[in-house]
Ligand binder design. Structure first.
Ligand SMILES: O=C(O)CCC(=O)C(=O)O
Ligand SMILES: [Fe+2]
Length: 334
């Protein structure tokens, strides 16, 4: 809860006055532009998807604001209210929640890159993402029930929200596949709704906000990602060599194209570079949906060697372990 001053809900690493490692010179990109411009992100009306406009936005931006998406403002508000309540519980309680279907995590930079929230060894301390969250598998979500009423109603809301996200991702991908003239086999193996996950994040307050990141600059590994953010702000997109603020508007969603979409489109569409700032005084909650290709579906294009999402994920994990960063698509270019 943004007004709360109870740091017992924070993972110990993020509590104020904890001894924290100083970023090494050159290891962390500092925020040199504390007041970036806001941007007029292109708007796509879901009820009137227009092929030529969608195609142009995917080529030029790789990110757009979705309106008329059919997810009610009430559902969005309820989700955020529940998330705020859950996050304000003590850290120890959150850590004790059964990990299926909602895995609690904090601070791991690998998780945005790989689509996999498993912590594999500690990240370099100054690369911590200033956040905590739940990683939710949509395939599992309807098979489990919680005793705790708050967790159970949150699970029900996520199930409902997940169904909406799946509907939206399928329709948006269909529009893209038509624009790109994907033959039917590609259209089916390139987007696998069964891989859909939701991440509910709480970005934590940070006294050294200009030297830390909610999420460092990155591209998503997904085909598509769909974000709903609360009113705090902090999401930024890199466009025309500058960082632009993606302003919160409650009844809209933000759609990102990920690396898989860029590869499938043979670099016609862009996997958008973005990051999330942290805030000194306010916590921020966002809810992201990420969807991937079928794990064994081979992506065949002219610019890239044939590869699967599993190959991509394996390479990213190796690069993270050995180099501390994701290299991503350049690893698979011909
Ligand atoms: O919280 C957000 O607005 C964006 C999150 C994000 O970029 C990610 O999870 O990959
Ligand atoms: Fe992202």
């Amino acid at each position: 809860m943004s007004s709360s001053h109870n740091f017992s809900s924070y993972p110990p690493f993020f509590r104020p006055n904890q001894p924290q490692p100083q970023p090494q010179p050159q290891a962390v990109e500092f925020d040199s532009d504390p007041r970036p411009k806001s941007c007029s992100l292109p708007i796509i009306d879901f009820e009137a998807l227009e092929a030529a406009h969608l195609s142009q936005v995917c080529r030029e931006w790789g990110m757009f604001r979705l309106t008329n998406h059919g997810v009610s403002a009430e559902l969005l508000t309820q989700l955020h209210n529940h998330a705020n309540k859950l996050f304000s519980h003590k850290f120890e309680w959150k850590k004790g929640i059964p990990t299926t279907p909602m895995l609690y995590f904090w601070g791991n930079p690998a998780l945005t890159m790989s689509g996999n929230a498993q912590q594999k060894g500690p990240p370099p301390a100054d690369r911590h993402n200033w956040l905590e969250g739940f990683n939710v598998s949509l395939t599992n979500i309807s098979h489990f029930h919680y005793q705790d009423p708050l967790l159970e109603s949150f699970r029900c809301l996520l199930e409902e929200y997940g169904a909406h996200q799946t509907r939206l991702a399928k329709a948006i991908f269909k529009g893209m596949a038509e624009n790109l003239d994907f033959p039917p086999p590609k259209s089916t193996s390139y987007l696998s709704p069964a891989t859909g996950i939701i991440r509910v994040y709480r970005y934590l307050r940070c006294p050294a906000a200009e030297r830390r990141w909610g999420i460092h600059e990155h591209t998503d590994s997904s085909v598509l990602s769909i974000i709903h953010q609360d009113q705090v702000g902090g999401l930024q997109v890199f466009k025309n060599n500058q960082w632009l603020d993606v302003e919160p508007i409650h009844d809209t969603l933000i759609v990102n194209l990920g690396d898989m979409m860029q590869a499938m489109s043979d670099d016609e569409y862009v996997s958008v570079t973005h990051r999330v700032k942290v805030n000194r005084v306010k916590e921020r909650v966002s809810i992201g949906y990420f969807v991937f290709p079928a794990e064994d579906g081979v992506i065949h294009t002219s610019n890239y060697k044939p590869f699967t999402y599993a190959d991509f994920q394996a390479k990213n994990e190796l690069d993270l372990k050995t180099l501390g960063a994701k290299i991503g698509l350049p690893r698979f270019r011909k």
